[in-house]
Design a protein around this ligand. Sequence first.
Ligand code: SER
Length: 316
Amino acid sequence: MEKILVIGSSGQIGSELVLALRKIYGNDNVFATDIKQPVKEVRDSGPFQMLDVLDYNNLLHFVVRFKITQIYNLAAVLSGNAEKIPLQAWDINMKALMNTLEVSRQSDAKKLFWPSSIAVFGPTTPRHNTPQLTVMEPNTVYGISKLAGERWGEYYVKRYGIDFRSVRYPGLISYKTEPGGGTTDYAVEIFFEAIKNGKYESFLNEDTALPMMFMDDAIQNTIKLMEADESKLSLRSAYNIAGISFTPKELADEIKKQMPGFTISYKPDFRQAIADSWPASIDDSIARNDWGHDEKYDLGKLVDTMLEKVAEKLKG
Ligand code: SER
C-alpha cells in the first residue's frame, strides 16, 4: 500500500495533483502538506497538515510516523520572484530539495518526484526543438537551482539507490490555483483578465514563443512517469516534455475567437529577458519513447476549457 506525501500541496500544481493522487491511491493515503492553507477540495477530501520542508527533523519525523513510501516535493520560489531575492531563493529551492533527498535516503520513502523546468536552459541553448542533451547555461537563479537539482537527483540515484524522477515542466496553465511569480504566468492571468475586464496587458512581448502545458496533461504525465517501470527509464535526471508552444499574440487571437471584443496590449517588464533566455519549443521524444508521455490539450481545447472554468470560478 503506497503512502504518499505531497509537499507544496497548496500551490498551483499541488492543489490538483493531490486530488488526482487521492482518486488513484485513496483519500487517506495521500498526505497534503504546505506552509499555506490548501484549497477547499484538498482540505475536505483527506489529510492536510502544515509542514515546512526546510525543517529537516520535522520532515523526517512526518515521513517515518506516517510510513510514507513516495514523496512529491513541489515547494519552490518561481523564476520571477527568485530574481527579486536571489540568495534567499537559492537557499529555499536547494534546501527544499536536499532535505527531501536526504529524507528519502534515511527512510522508506524511496520514490521521489521533484519538478525541473524549461528554466534549466539558457541563452546559449538552441531555442527551437531544444534537445534533451544540449548546452545548458541558465542565467536565472531559478534556472541555476533547477539545473543543480537535476544533477543532485541523478547523483542520489546512482550513489544511494533512491528512485528520483523528474520532468522539465513547460509553463503550466490552470484555473484552480493560480501560479505565483513565474515568467509564464501571463498565460494564466490573461484568462482571468479577459473574463473580468475584457482586456489584458501582457508583461511579455507579442512574439515571445514559450512552451506551455495545460495542468491536466501535466498531472496525468507526472503520475504516468511515477508509475512507469523503473527499467524503462533511460534518464535519471529530468525529462524534456514539450506541451504546446505559442506566443501571447497567438493566445490572444485564440481567445478572440470566443470573445471578439477582447483586446491585448504589451508592456514587457523584467520577465521579458527571462523568457528570451528560454526555449521556444522542446523535443520530448525520449519521454515519449521511455514512458509514453503524451498530451491531450491543443491550444483550441486549452482556451475553451480555461474560458469556461475561469468564468465558473469567478462567478463563485
Ligand atoms: N513556470 C515557471 C516560471 O515561469 C517555469 O518553471 O517560473
